[in-house]
Design a protein around this ligand. Structure first.
Ligand code: PGA
Length: 248
């Protein structure tokens, strides 16, 4: 029922030429039964939307929650909509830790994204200290509750949640398949409290944190893991294609 998704998060990588070469490189190798997405820097989004093959969706990595105004350096949902992107990552742990994003700003951004027909990929996850002190579920419950408070969700398939334990991002220390499953299942339960079980069953939940072609299959074998949000391994054509084609 939930279409699997492999979403690349390029972070602050790739010039326009590099990004266009990437789209040419993957053009003939993407499967149809998996939704393949790359989330790219703002400045190359319009070019990517224009040039990407049909089965490669494009997303942004952040947006402001204001529609316009005196917010120097920010990008609004109207501007994103204008580029033609389909997805936007919201509340990535790097945004939370380096740019002071909070569950409250995540909440405002989720509401605005949905209002402007952008599909949010909302990141949640605990830091190492929280995991080691047994607080993972408490942290995830709070992030989900505050992040989605008051959100009206007509189309649950348009919302994606990414479980990204902060200790697993860019460290090579990926969570075990069971840890990912347990957290994704817990998150689905929390989503059900907000949106009801049937909508929660349609929301895709991704795992993110050191996902590679070598470990993607283990994650995807889990009931509640519907895909992956991938940083480092999404930058190269070969590894992105291998991730997207994990079924083959
Ligand atoms: P990583 O990053 O795959 O390089 O660990 C994941 C992410 O930050 O979304």
């Amino acid at each position: 029922m939930r279409k699997p998704m492999i979403a690349g998060n390029w972070k602050m990588n790739k010039t326009r030429d590099e990004a266009i070469n990437f789209t040419l490189g993957v053009a003939n190798g993407l499967p149809l039964n998996v939704e393949c997405v790359v989330c790219a820097p703002f400045i190359i989004l319009r070019d990517l939307v224009k040039r990407a093959p049909k089965n490669l969706k494009i997303g942004a990595q952040n947006m402001d929650y204001h529609e316009s105004g005196a917010f120097t350096g920010e990008i609004s949902p109207i501007m994103l909509q204008d580029t033609g992107v389909e997805y936007v990552i919201i509340g990535h742990s790097e945004r939370r830790s380096y740019y002071n994003e909070t569950d409250e700003s995540v909440n405002l951004k989720v509401k605005k994204a949905l209002e402007f027909n952008l599909k949010p990929i909302v990141c949640v996850g605990e830091v190492l200290e929280e995991r080691e002190s047994g607080k993972t579920e408490e942290v995830l419950a709070k992030q989900v509750r505050l992040g989605f408070e008051g959100v009206k969700l007509d189309e649950p398939a348009n919302l994606v949640v990414a479980y990204e334990p902060v200790w697993a991002i860019g460290t090579g220390k990926n969570a075990t398949s069971q840890t990912a499953q347990d957290a994704c299942k817990f998150i689905r339960g929390e989503l059900a409290k907000i949106f009801g079980q049937s909508k929660a069953d349609e929301i895709r939940i991704l795992y993110g944190g050191s996902v590679k072609p070598e470990n993607i299959k283990e994650y995807m074998a889990n009931e509640d893991v519907d895909g992956a949000l991938v940083g480092g391994a999404s930058l190269k054509v070969d590894s992105f294609l291998a991730l997207c084609n994990y079924k083959n």
